[in-house]
Design a protein around this ligand. Sequence first.
Ligand SMILES: Nc1nc2c(ncn2[C@@H]2O[C@H](COP(=O)(O)OP(=O)(O)OP(=O)(O)O)[C@@H](O)[C@H]2O)c(=O)[nH]1
Length: 343
Amino acid sequence: MLNRELIYAEQSLFHQSQLLRAVLKIIAIFSVLIGSINVFLFNSYDTALFNYVSFIVALFLLFYFKDPSRLKLTSWLACAAVIFNVMVFIHIARGQNYSVLWIMIIPPIVFFLLGRKMGAWITGSLFLYVIGFMAVVIQHTEMRTLGFGALLNIIEVCIALWFLFRFYEGSRESAYRALEIQSITDKLTGLYNRIKLDSVVAEQHRQLAAGQLNHSSVVIADIDNFKEINDRLGHIQGDKVLQQAARLLRSFTRDDGIVGRWGGEEFMLILPDYSVDQAKHYSELLRRYIADNDAAFGQTLTMSFGVAELHAEASFEHTFIKADRALYQAKQAGRNCVMVAID
Ligand SMILES: Nc1nc2c(ncn2[C@@H]2O[C@H](COP(=O)(O)OP(=O)(O)OP(=O)(O)O)[C@@H](O)[C@H]2O)c(=O)[nH]1
């Protein structure tokens, strides 16, 4: 649980950093473009000045945001810069030409960068302020809303929102995918973890019951005398032995089956379409492949194997118990051998 939360926090940090960079780049590009429009089309130098200042601020923040420890401060500064710019622009334009539409870019930015709670407070306050401002302006000014400037404001806000949401969705999707991969991966060996193995076996069981699969076998493989290796070489070296075993299992099995770490020094191999006899033969080849490999830690690495076939009539937990019992027999028989579970 703690580990999962840690992974989530790391992912969230990465996700936030990506978003912050995307937002700063969007601010920089938009500031230059809008600044140039204000200079060349509208001769509005005061507004353009603010645009260029925000361009420089965005560049500065991109440069300043080098490591994640600056994420929070940079996020706040980026939000402050955007809010300041939008509010100044709305005031300079006195709400004319749909300039108030620019308030729409604030929610995605503050929600993405400052989170749900702060985003809600800031957005709510600014919306209320702008509504109040417009209420006053409407009473004292004759509103002129239709013009080329109005059209540009609508187009610019639409493009800004398109970019913001596109970046957000892209980064959310990749963060979600990375989290999904991590949730089914064993951190030490890089193989599938037990969560994934359980779900693969459950799916095989469902396919057997539905008649979509004729056979499926499960093999539990356990490193021999691993405690001794740990005691002699230390826990860190022990971890390297586990990684070596994982590499061997993966390189032998390739596309033949699904291999993962079942827990501790135990691995599981799922062999779709393999009857118990075929799985036994396959495990025997695998056993020899492992025993024949020179392990990096200066002694032969051997493994014992327990094989059992999945049956639709029995629960898949029953198959695990059978494979585990067969593994126990392999250990009793002197290790470095393959045993099959008898029903
Ligand atoms: N280094 C390391 N050791 C682990 C890890 N998980 C479990 N172990 C160790 O694996 C060892 C398993 O020992 P046993 O269950 O007694 O089995 P064994 O020594 O391999 O003996 P047999 O299975 O009977 O051949 C224990 O010493 C555990 O501490 C791990 O992630 N890293």
